[in-house]
Write a protein of this length. Structure first.
Length: 189
């Protein structure tokens, strides 16, 4: 017999330790992006993908929840950084409608793929801030899926402002260090 109800989304244990050493408030958007990139970089060290994200209170800068790409270790294609951050934020605030609790911002080290674009539209966030571009992720082998060419305008129509290419070079460095590891593994074998 399968025990479906015993299954929970696997969240990496290192996030607890990480959370204990970061501030609670990030007033500046650059600080928020630096945190998302730090999550991506740290996640690589624990066997996750080179992507990080976090949900903040847009106005106070309070960190609500972090997220990382944990697809491979967690054995779930749901576990993209943006989805994890949004899911943890919703559980933290006790509602899937983040918009009913205030204005919230999703900061992600790389532009969202088609899955994450779909999820974030239903959460009620009001701001999306992206680091590296989709083509940067695709350049190292990731697939962003069939995204609308007008995704920025479509989010704007739903009340979600989009900021792109914030600290893009720093985020690309994490993507490239991931690609370098893959390359080194291949050349070692
Ligand atoms: Zn995604």
């Amino acid at each position: 017999m399968k025990h479906w109800t015993d299954i929970q989304l696997p969240i990496p244990e290192w996030l607890e330790v990480w959370a204990a050493r970061v501030p609670e408030i990030f007033p500046d958007k650059n600080q928020r992006m630096a945190l998302a990139i730090d999550l991506a970089r740290t996640n690589l060290q624990y066997g996750g993908g080179p992507f990080g994200a976090a949900v903040f209170n847009q106005h106070t800068g309070e960190l609500i929840a972090p997220g990382v790409n944990w697809v491979v270790p967690g054995k779930s294609s749901l576990l993209h950084a943006e989805v994890m951050a949004l899911a943890l934020a919703e559980q933290t605030l006790g509602s899937y409608e983040l918009g009913s609790h205030g204005a919230f911002e999703l900061v992600t080290s790389v532009e969202p793929c088609c899955q994450c674009l779909g999820v974030l539209m239903w959460t009620g966030i009001t701001s999306l801030v992206c680091g590296a571009c989709a083509e940067d992720a695709e350049a190292v082998g990731f697939n962003e899926g069939p995204r609308s060419l007008n995704w920025v305008q479509e989010l704007a129509q739903r009340g979600i402002s989009v900021t792109r290419e914030m600290m893009r070079p720093q985020s690309i460095m994490v993507l490239q260090s991931y690609a370098g590891e893959i390359y080194n593994c291949r050349t070692r074998t």
